[in-house]
Design a protein around this ligand. Structure first.
Ligand code: EPZ
Length: 448
């Protein structure tokens, strides 16, 4: 059965009105992780067989990757209701560049097609992507990794980057200057079928990456992960299709947890997994949020009384995820006292606080590192630390969604605020939050 993962009526529904000030209460289910599912779908390209991915969320990013795969001649069946994606990559062909370009949008997934396409076809074409477009900086680690594995990268093409591997890929010693999630995945996807051994030091070890390693192992790959962030990959001759159930989306789970705290609510997040959320749960408890873990998920609630301020620094795993930061900042506007957030993963992730301030929050941004973690943005001109003073009542207003997580944070702020808010560009949230309108209604939110 083939269905679109995001229903067409949602696509046109780009504005939402929120009548806030009511606690969110009830139970919702969170499925597989956006930031794993898309990569596992790309991994299926490595094997000339059929792969089955389960617990797939109904989000726009899955639809985009499905379409990208189809453009490369791969058969993709999506059963949105069941959350099952079946991928038959027996046949793979080069896609038309213009077609890929229209689909890529702000997604960075096409760069991860490089390794699999080099193995299957000997060449790959990566279009200039949306948003900040492909330039040296955002994918420099990816390109350096591919070069070390023997690929030739030609950036002269006007529409993007042409990558070839005339003599195939071979194992290499690679060190990442920063534990980049994408560059680690790039190395895994390119090295599993390379000739010889690859040693990747300074790798990222996020749970989503470990689930990708599990998928690749099911496919026949030889990969080991050392405690010092070194990943060793022994290239194999061929891989086969896999059947795998995705780990839960820990970013979505934490977003709903933050919504419970900010709105004085009580939300049971079915599917939430304690192991992958330990760092978040510690912070949640320090703030004064309550949670209860059982076999089916985690219940998050505001126990009443004052929330406490915290100082947090975002970091790579097992640190506090950058993607948890934005929704939690909204809850911190309701804590009593000064909270500090030092963002060390992205240089510019506090733009979303401006509408919060217009809603009544007191948030001051700083270029200084307000924390002790080593930070690439020290002495640079980026406002990457935030001081939040609370509690401040929030008031509804008009908001434009800036990005996926920032947008969901604005939604939480609107639900927390007294009065009416109108949020524009809301469909951006469909990229990573499955049926969030349905879930909000199930939790008693007043939205139209
Ligand atoms: C993944 O992005 C996620 N996206 C992000 O989730 C997440 O925030 C991020 O990992 C960190 O956990 C997907 O998985 C699709 P990185 P990725 O490479 O792989 C710099 C969300 O909202 N860098 O670990 O692109 C980069 O600029 C999204 O779900 C380079 O300088 O992240 C950033 O500062 C947002 N050169 C840092 O490294 C490179 O070649 C971490 O990026 C690559 C990265």
């Amino acid at each position: 059965m083939m269905t679109n993962l995001v229903k067409s009526d949602q696509k046109s529904d780009d504005v939402i009105k929120v009548f806030g000030g009511k606690p969110l209460e009830g139970s919702i289910r969170v499925r597989g992780a956006k930031n794993f599912v898309s990569k596992a779908m790309v991994a299926a390209l490595l094997a000339p067989g059929t792969s089955v991915l389960k617990n797939v969320p109904e989000i726009r990013d899955v639809q985009v990757v499905s379409d990208l795969l189809r453009l490369h001649g791969v058969q993709v069946d999506v059963n949105g209701a069941e959350g099952i994606v079946t991928i038959d990559a027996s046949h793979v062909e080069l896609a038309d560049v213009a077609d890929v370009d229209t689909l890529s949008g702000s997604s960075r997934i096409p760069i991860l097609f490089s390794g699999p396409l080099l193995h299957r076809l000997g060449e790959a074409f990566i279009p200039a992507l949306g948003g900040c477009r492909i330039g040296d900086r955002p994918i420099d680690f990816h390109l350096e990794t591919l070069r070390k594995l023997g690929a030739k990268v030609n950036k002269e093409h006007k529409d993007g980057i042409h990558i070839t591997a005339p003599d195939g890929l071979h194992g290499a010693k690679i060190h990442l200057p920063y534990p980049s999630v994408g560059a680690t995945e790039q190395t895994l996807l390119a090295a599993v079928l390379a000739d010889g051994k690859t040693e990747l030091s300074g790798a990222a070890i996020e749970p989503e990456i470990m689930d990708l390693v599990a998928v690749l192992q099911k496919m026949g790959a030889l990969i080991s992960v050392d405690v010092d962030r070194t990943i060793r990959i022994e290239g194999v001759e061929s891989l086969r299709g896999y059947t795998h159930t995705s780990l839960t989306d820990r970013i979505e789970a934490a977003s709903w947890a933050s919504a419970a705290l900010a709105t004085h609510g009580d939300i049971f997040v079915k599917g939430a997994d304690q192991d992958d959320m330990m760092t978040f749960l510690n912070v949640y408890r320090r703030i004064g949020g309550e949670f209860d873990v059982d076999d089916n998920g985690i219940r998050f609630w505001h126990p009443g009384g004052d929330l406490k301020p915290v100082a947090i620094e975002t970091d790579v795993h097992p640190g506090f995820m950058t993607d948890w930061q934005q929704p939690l900042v909204v809850a911190l506007t309701q804590a009593k006292g000064l909270s500090i957030v030092h963002e060390t993963v992205y240089e510019n992730r506090f733009g979303f606080t401006k509408p919060l301030v217009q809603m009544g929050a007191t948030i001051q941004l700083y270029k200084e590192c307000l924390g002790s973690l080593p930070c690439r943005f020290q002495q640079r001109n980026f406002e990457h630390s935030a001081v939040i003073f609370g509690p401040t009542p929030l008031e509804g207003r008009d908001i434009d969604v800036p990005d996926l997580r920032g947008g969901f944070s604005h939604l939480i702020a609107a639900l927390t605020a007294k009065g009416e808010s109108t949020i524009h560009g809301i469909s951006l949230i469909d990229r990573g939050y499955a049926d969030f309108r349905g879930k909000l209604r199930a939790l008693g939110a007043e939205i139209i």
